[in-house]
Design a protein around this ligand. Sequence first.
Ligand SMILES: N[C@@H](CCC(=O)N[C@@H](CS)C(=O)NCC(=O)O)C(=O)O
Length: 214
Amino acid sequence: MITLYGVYRSRATRPLWLLHETGTPFTHVPVIQAYRLPDPGAADAPLHTAAPDFLKINPQGQIPVMQEGALILTESLAISLYLARRHGGDFGPQDDAETAQMEQWALFAATSVEGPALEILQAPAGTMGEGIVTVAAEKLRRPLGRLNAHLAGRDWLVGNRFTVADINTAECLRYAQGHAALIAEFPEVDRWLKAAQARPAFQKMWAGRMAEPE
Ligand SMILES: N[C@@H](CCC(=O)N[C@@H](CS)C(=O)NCC(=O)O)C(=O)O
């Protein structure tokens, strides 16, 4: 049995979206970030990332974590790639070339997209925040140009079907979606992102996220 640790309001959305796509049974343990709790030490605090019981599972104190049998994985994109390969059927790779392509898009998302996209999401209001957004948007323009070129004439990133590559990349880019003007500069990316987020499994994941307190 798969156990997925981590609330929806975290990077757990990546494996959760995939698990909703595949319909694979799993146990969800909604571990919350300790910094989001007023008093993580309180006796009635929910299971959180700094709790001794959770640190035994991930000494780094971060979510998501996936456990299946003796295997424990602690990186969201690696979890999604593993679940897709092992349980995902067509959502995962069908040969070595697709494995490499799905890994490529996960690494692209992690190294070229997620950082500046998070800077956009977390930028404070005011002049300083506007400066951060301007710089982060500029950092994203080359990777988004590359993504846009790849998506021209294609619906999805790998194998002409929706796969874990779309989930991992779309979820990292989602952090920058508040910058609508930036996304609009890349119409193929805009179209692809909207199509991915229209999928019932994304909507189910999103409903889970919205049901959690902010
Ligand atoms: N690279 C990791 C990052 C994990 C991460 O930063 N998780 C956040 C929630 S999205 C967390 O657990 N934060 C709590 C903390 O760092 O104390 C991954 O993608 O799994």
